[in-house]
Design a protein around this ligand. Structure first.
Ligand SMILES: Nc1ncnc2c1ncn2[C@@H]1O[C@H](COP(=O)(O)OP(=O)(O)OP(=O)(O)O)[C@@H](O)[C@H]1O
Length: 342
């Protein structure tokens, strides 16, 4: 459906998009994730035709899009700052793209009704958009983007402005809706929760390049590099020397999964793999902090002479701040990281 071949965009000496190769298959939902300034919006703008390329190509359905203007690309856009028309009612907003495509009035009304049902706002045609809540406005913007039945729907921080609870609900609804419609989606967000909940595949960007691409489960379980690991919030990362099924680290000798790459590496332990044991066993640590997180507690542990550790423990067994405990490590929560792309 979509292919980027060495797509490059430069602003002055800086490449905002640095020879990016990316493919999105029909019906696939791909979420591009990355810190501020990593090139996510530039990527979307380049695909939409809002940003000319300095090198490489964008292909839609196999056809090179160089010189093809935005409105001829058949892509739908929903940007965070994509304002609804405040002077038009809901139907007027949703029908906008249909009018542009010369759909008859009766046809417009029927399609608007269907789209509003789809996005969970049945019968809202005559409501004023100014009176809608943030979440309702977002749904109207989505219905408007879907109306011309774009072959590719692109979303830029689609749920960015909304509060957390609403975002979590909407993201589940969106995934179901796109699945039902068979919509191909390329979305960008800086919110990893949103990306992981929405996507069939996540693409993590850094400095205009792709740092990792994979299913949410793959990327979560096996971050490719220290950059991706830290971006996902995994901060238990140290240098290690791996020999066989154990590694020498500043936290002592810790077990690693069978088949791990050998030699000098960066090593990450997921907080679930940091197990609290009675003082006197394992690595001696002091509990420096404890945060309740729903079903578990997050502990910040200070070994005497090594980097701090984050542990995830059941609420009931979480030790008090100030307590002295021991720590050992579960091999299946240890990940050996690759090099960051240069
Ligand atoms: N029109 C422009 N002129 C000059 N530099 C630009 C322009 N647009 C983007 N940039 C630069 O290109 C880089 C990538 O920007 P981009 O907006 O694509 O990042 P992003 O990942 O979408 O960030 P955010 O999450 O903050 O929106 C940044 O360094 C930015 O400053």
């Amino acid at each position: 459906m979509l292919r980027l071949d060495g797509a490059t965009v430069r602003f002055g000496a800086r490449a905002a998009l640095d020879a990016v190769d990316l493919e999105v298959a029909e019906h696939e939902i791909v979420c591009v994730l990355g810190p501020s300034g990593s090139g996510k919006s530039t990527l979307l703008r380049a695909v939409a035709g809002l940003q000319p390329l300095d090198g490489g190509r964008v292909l839609l359905g196999g056809a090179d899009q160089s010189g093809v203007p935005v409105h001829r690309r058949g892509v739908g856009l929903m940007f965070q700052d994509h304002q609804l028309f405040p002077q038009r009612d809901v139907a007027g907003n949703v029908a906008f793209g249909l009018r542009m495509h010369g759909v008859s009035r009766a046809g417009q009304a029927a399609q608007v009704g269907e789209l509003l049902d789809l996005v969970g706002l049945p019968g809202a045609e005559r409501r004023s958009v100014a009176e809608l809540s943030g979440g309702e406005q977002q749904r109207v913007a989505l219905a408007r983007a879907l109306a011309p039945r774009p072959r590719l729907l692109m979303l830029d921080e689609p749920l960015g402005q909304l509060d957390r609870g609403l975002r979590e609900r909407l993201v589940v609804e969106l995934r179901q809706l796109f699945g039902r419609l068979g919509t191909t989606v390329l979305a960008v967000t800086h919110d990893q929760g949103e990306a992981f909940a929405l996507a069939d595949r996540v693409v993590v960007m850094r400095d205009g390049r792709i740092a990792q691409s994979g299913t949410p489960l793959d990327v979560w379980q096996r971050p490719a590099s220290e950059f991706v690991a830290r971006f996902l919030g995994f901060d238990n990362v140290v240098p290690a020397t791996v020999t066989g099924e154990s590694a020498d680290t500043p936290w002592g000798k810790i077990p690693v999964p069978p088949g791990s790459p050998q030699g000098e590496r960066r090593l990450m332990v997921r907080p679930m793999g940091v197990r609290v044991v009675p003082a006197g066993q394992g690595l001696p640590c002091t509990v420096a902090g404890r945060t309740f997180r729903g079903h578990h507690a997050a502990l910040l542990l200070h070994p005497s002479d090594a980097p701090p550790l984050e542990a995830e423990v059941p609420l009931r067994t979480a030790p008090e701040p100030g307590a002295r405990v021991g720590v050992d490590f579960a091999a299946d929560e240890v990940v050996l990281l690759g090099e960051d792309a240069p």
